[in-house]
Write a protein that binds this ligand. Structure first.
Ligand code: FES
Length: 280
């Protein structure tokens, strides 16, 4: 087994995390969590030939979480090594998101299955607390863990919960038991409209025409006159926002935030699932 998968050309080269000692000076190992060979092997096998780019960190964390049911300290350390990132960076991301379960040395890993029940406003009003209690009383805690979670963008089907990666709408204890019995813990995506199909049916013709011979000031004024506002809570006029962007020299970047966050909304999830080309 090679000690370093990045470069096996020099078998005598010191491994990262191990200081080369010389004439009695220095330590034989760095401070902090040491790299464990078995965990490193597992992470490498899981990542296989996937790129080790930093922007894929969350994807790689998901791979480990899905495979082992949690993120052990040893796997995080191995992932940091594999991606050539600091342990602090990896740990910071892993502990930021509720879907990742970081388990330090000596801690007990969670059960194999986790139910995340939304307790944000719409679900709370639809009985999330009573449902959580029913789940805790009606399921085997050694096999299933029930935890609260923030809005899942499914406020239209409250109370909502997630079993593994399977979202259950209008959830009840009975529905949950059926899903668990069927082992149906994987994500279900609705059919979505592909960009090519939409364009083939005449989609984006108006946009093309506008790009060719449109007047953007005119479009922006139309937005303002129509009173179109953002649905992010502040209700900021869309036409003004467009104006701020157009007033600045390029390049301009657009960040699409798919986190609903506002009580009662599920628009982003709906569009991202069904007409993703709208965002592109
Ligand atoms: S409040 Fe529960 S999904 Fe939005």
């Amino acid at each position: 087994m090679a000690l370093d998968n990045h470069d096996t050309s020099d078998a005598n080269a010191p491994r990262k995390g191990v200081w080369k000692s010389g004439k009695g000076k220095g330590r034989s190992q760095t401070k902090g969590r040491q790299l464990q060979e078995d965990a490193w092997d597992e992470v490498r096998a899981l990542l296989a030939d996937k790129p080790r780019r930093a922007d894929l960190l969350i994807e790689h964390l998901h791979l480990i979480q899905d495979k082992f049911g949690h993120l052990s300290a040893a796997h995080l350390r191995a992932l940091a090594e594999e991606m050539r990132m600091s342990m602090a960076e990896v740990y910071e991301v892993a502990t930021f998101y509720a879907h990742f379960d970081v388990v330090k040395e000596g801690e007990t890993p969670p059960p194999a299955l986790t139910i995340r029940i939304c307790d944000s406003l719409s679900c709370e009003l639809a009985g999330a607390q009573a449902l959580k209690t029913a789940l805790e009383d009606g399921l085997d805690a050694s096999e299933v863990r029930v935890v609260r979670a923030p809005c899942m963008g499914r406020c239209d089907t409250a109370p909502a919960l997630e079993i593994g990666h399977n979202f259950v709408d209008h959830a009840t204890l009975e529905k949950v038991k059926q899903v668990i019995a069927a082992g149906d813990t994987h994500v279900h995506m609705p059919d979505y409209e592909a960009f090519d199909a939409y364009v083939a049916g005449g989609g984006y013709e108006a946009l093309k025409k506008l790009r060719r011979d449109g007047d953007w000031e005119d479009v922006q004024q139309n937005l303002l006159d129509a009173g179109l506002r953002g649905l992010g809570g502040a209700g900021f006029p869309s036409g003004k926002k467009w104006g701020f962007v157009r007033d600045n020299a390029g390049p301009r970047y657009m960040a699409v935030n798919g986190d609903e966050g506002e009580p009662g909304t599920f628009k982003d999830r709906w569009y991202l699932e069904r007409v993703p080309h709208l965002f592109l």
